[in-house]
Design a protein around this ligand. Structure first.
Ligand SMILES: [Zn+2]
Length: 480
């Protein structure tokens, strides 16, 4: 398997520190607000990579931290007029809810910064003792002049950085680029006792301390959004390698930016979209499909059209899967006999095609997680599968092919996580297709403001125990 390592700027063969195991760290959220859809991209693409490692037989130790002490959290507590603890409790619960609703697998551990103060202090002490950090008026700062490789990950040149930082001269710092490891307590702020007096950790040191605690001095993958490469990840490398004298991370992976309708997402532009909001109108299946259709390193532009197209694709997949399951209901046969069965020419061709698509799916993912290609193979299987279903009722051999198709789709889904679990409760087959037609007709009526007819459809379906829900111009249906 090849992955693009941001540290070396090239695709490299993945060779784990320990055979058969992957030690994987993802920078988690600072829990002061609901996460936005840009944050979600990092969590989804890394979830898919983690799932693909597991699919390929690796045991993955997946660590996603929670930053629960930070300036932003303290400010939010002031805004909401509550304790810092209430803010972090509320927004970390919201984060886990969002993660679950996006069908992201739970991490092996979710370490919290405030539960690792001891480890953080020990790491800072080691840096001070070895001369890489110094105390200044109750703060502890990292001395970047002591680390020759500073700037290597982000490709930043120290002289340029120095020039850029000239304006921000801080009397506490020996060098304007030195960064804080420990912050002296300000009145009213949460604080912990330390050898340098009461204070709290800086953000960068938290990730170094927690990743090394759970994964060791050297681990395989450290991932996050490209905006974290500098200074966050650069600083993590400096702290960790100076303290341990070992290489910190083998593969640095960074996912691309997300824009909204071509603009940068920002509160001032009013285009800030939380995961919670988007989940009101789109299923996890649609949202994940949307992200998977773009390579993780490319920038992505979130538009309603894009989401709508991903939604249609995911509906097609889920309807096909339901129809397929129904077409082979009760068919109990060992898939191994497929190798010796004698197929018609057309059925044999079907088998060759879908086997080839499964190989191409794995090859695409092995090539730096090429999910756009991999997911296109899934949709090709759906296209072939729909052809197969036109033969209904299926012959025994065709049911065998159907069963293999079902297994492949379920295999693909171990990686993608886009099959709609709720969808399985719905009636499959003709009913599903008819509902799609009705939904479209009703949507046209609503566009033309033909409310009476549109309501009549809803009421009649209501009488049959089917509930329609209209959200942001999209109608979904479910059984009562
Ligand atoms: Zn981090």
């Amino acid at each position: 398997m090849k992955l693009y390592n941001t540290f070396t700027n090239q695709k490299e063969e993945f060779k784990p520190v320990e055979d058969g195991k992957v030690k994987f760290y993802v920078c988690g959220p600072t829990v002061y607000n609901y996460i936005h859809i840009g944050n979600a991209r990092a969590f989804i693409v890394n979830d898919v990579l983690r799932r693909f490692f597991e699919f390929s037989g690796y045991e993955v130790n997946y660590i996603l931290n929670i930053t629960d002490i930070d300036d932003k959290i303290i400010n939010q507590a002031v805004t909401e007029k509550v304790d810092v603890g209430e803010i972090t409790k509320k927004y970390s619960a919201a984060f886990f809810e969002d993660i679950k609703n996006l069908n992201i697998k739970p991490a092996t551990h979710n370490p919290r910064a405030t539960e690792h103060i001891e480890e953080i202090i020990a790491l800072i002490e080691s840096l001070v003792e070895q001369g890489f950090a110094y105390e200044s008026k109750g703060d502890v700062l990292f001395d970047i002049s002591k680390f020759d490789d500073y700037g290597k990950l982000s490709g930043k040149n120290l002289d340029d950085l120095r020039a850029g930082a000239r304006v921000a001269i801080d009397e506490k710092k020996n060098n304007p680029l030195d960064f804080v490891l420990w912050k002296k307590q300000k009145p009213g702020e949460p604080a912990w006792a330390s050898p340098w007096g009461k204070g709290r950790p800086g953000w960068h040191i938290e990730c170094s301390a927690m990743s090394m605690k759970y994964l060791g001095d050297t681990f395989d993958i450290h991932a996050g959004g490209i905006d974290l490469a500098f200074p966050h990840h650069e600083n993590e490398i400096a702290q960790s390698e100076c303290a341990s004298k070992n290489k910190f991370v083998k593969y640095w992976l960074h996912n691309g930016f997300l824009k909204i309708d071509g603009d940068k997402m920002s509160k001032s532009l009013g285009n800030f979209r939380t995961v919670k909001d988007i989940l009101e109108s789109y299923s996890y299946s649609a949202i994940r499909t949307f992200f998977l259709q773009k390579h993780y390193r490319s920038p992505i532009d979130l538009t309603s059209d894009g989401l709508q197209a991903a939604k249609s694709a995911s509906i097609k997949l889920n309807i096909f899967y339901k129809n397929l399951c129904q077409a082979i209901t009760g068919f109990e046969s060992d898939l191994e006999i497929i190798e010796t069965a004698s197929f018609s020419e057309k059925d044999a061709e079907y088998l060759t095609n879908i086997k080839q698509l499964r190989i191409e799916f794995v090859n695409a993912l092995n090539d730096d997680m090429n999910t756009p290609t991999a997911i296109s193979k899934l949709f090709e299987i759906v296209r072939h599968g729909n052809q197969l279903l036109t033969n209904e009722p299926l012959s025994e051999n065709q049911k065998l092919l159907g069963k293999l198709t079902q297994k492949y789709i379920e295999d693909f889904d171990l990686v993608f996580g886009i099959l709609d679990a709720k969808g399985k409760e719905f009636d499959s087959g003709l009913v599903g297709d008819l509902m799609e037609v009705l939904m479209e007709m009703r949507s046209d009526l609503r566009t033309k403001k033909e409310w009476a007819l549109s309501d009549k459809i809803r009421d009649s379906l209501g009488g049959m125990g089917i509930v329609l829900e209209d959200k942001e111009g999209v109608t979904t249906w479910r059984k009562k």
